[in-house]
Design a protein around this ligand. Structure first.
Ligand code: AMP
Length: 176
């Protein structure tokens, strides 16, 4: 199956949740068994030789393929969540969104210095969410960090928030 077919399976919803946003609905991609298998295979092929020990998924759409990828890679899965959801001691990172600030948290003992981490989310827009997640994981002092998104909105240039040496991979590319 081609990347084109997977790209076509993403449903674009104009003006959702607010006017001006072209929302990428991945439920239409996931509901097809062949598409889901192909996505899982692509993720496995890209990271199988990297020695990944933990996949970190960002709430909430990073919780679809994150755990599925962790299982394929024989890695653990660690959630990054919104405040008040994680029950144990957490560290947090604030970041700016279009309207106001937001906070994400991770359990303080979820990662160890020997970990090679793959941080996964569904979509790279401005990059603010992932930049905050990257800082959180870095604070826990792991050996190496890879970043993956299913979708990149190229014209928003979210990659600019990261240094060139950060390993960022995206599977499906849209202009906006
Ligand atoms: P950002 O921090 O701007 O890169 O936004 C990324 C987060 O917002 C991801 O977790 C996405 O799920 C969500 N998001 C932002 N823009 C879109 C969009 N056009 N379609 C679907 N999800 C989006």
């Amino acid at each position: 199956m081609s990347i084109e077919k997977l790209t076509e399976a993403v449903r674009n919803i104009p003006d959702f949740p607010i006017e001006g946003i072209q929302f990428k609905d991945i439920t239409t991609l996931f509901q097809n068994a062949d598409h889901l298998q192909e996505l899982s295979d692509i993720l496995y092929e890209r990271y199988k030789d990297k020695g990944i020990t933990k996949v970190v998924g960002i709430e909430s759409r990073g919780f679809f393929m994150g755990p599925a990828t962790a299982i394929r890679l024989h890695a653990g899965f660690v959630p990054i969540r919104k405040p008040g959801k994680l029950p144990y001691k957490t560290i947090e990172e604030k970041y700016s969104k279009e309207y106001g600030d937001d906070v994400i948290q991770i359990h303080e003992d979820a990662l160890v210095p020997e970990d090679v981490v793959l941080i996964h989310d569904d979509l790279l827009a401005t990059g603010g969410t992932m930049a905050a997640a990257y800082q959180l994981v870095k604070k826990l002092g792991v050996k190496k960090i890879y970043i993956n998104f299913l979708i990149e909105l190229e014209e928003l240039n979210g990659r600019a928030l990261f240094n060139h040496d950060v390993d960022i991979d995206t599977i499906l590319k849209f202009k906006i």
